[in-house]
Design a protein around this ligand. Sequence first.
Ligand code: VGL
Ligand code: ZN
Length: 192
Amino acid sequence: MKLNETDALIIVDVQNDFCPGGSLPVEGGDDVATALSGMALQFRIKGARIFATQDWHPENHSSFAAQGGPWPPHCVQGSHGAEFHANMRLPIGTSIVRKGADKAIDAYSGILDSNLEEQLRRAGVQRLFVGGLATDYCVLNTVLDARKLGFETFLIQDATAAVNVEPEDGEKAVQKMRDSGAATVTAGEIKA
Ligand code: VGL
Ligand code: ZN
């Protein structure tokens, strides 16, 4: 499929803490970073928009175990773990979208806890292509929100990887995204 300038790439949470060596590692996270770097270049060549979300928590975030949440501390604002993975090359013009900064809210979606919707509308974006980490949390919720907002949405299936707290979580998430009306594509199918 060919890209055009009303397309946008949303790179979800490709941060050190979600990659091998991080505090909440997703297997294959660094390969996702590499795949999305190539993809981002295609969008850049085409003059399409690129957004990169960042999980961006205060130290005492409610999703951390010490506060009774489900996760180890991760993506603490300003920490190495919160930085984009070194394999992740973001072209000039990429918009950074931070979410999860409110202590009380676990914002899995890159859209609801940010001004991303406003940015997408203002840029006249029609189709969204989504990849990143993790399939079963932030990618899932970002895609579901995109569908609720009416965007034609594509999950780049080989540019995402799952936490898999339960072994099937990633596959179930993909099914939920399909059920919401999102289509799945592979990175190789997308051309500038
Ligand atoms: C995420 C768990 C906790 C994600 C963020 O980016 O998928 N998962 N915070
Ligand atoms: Zn988080």
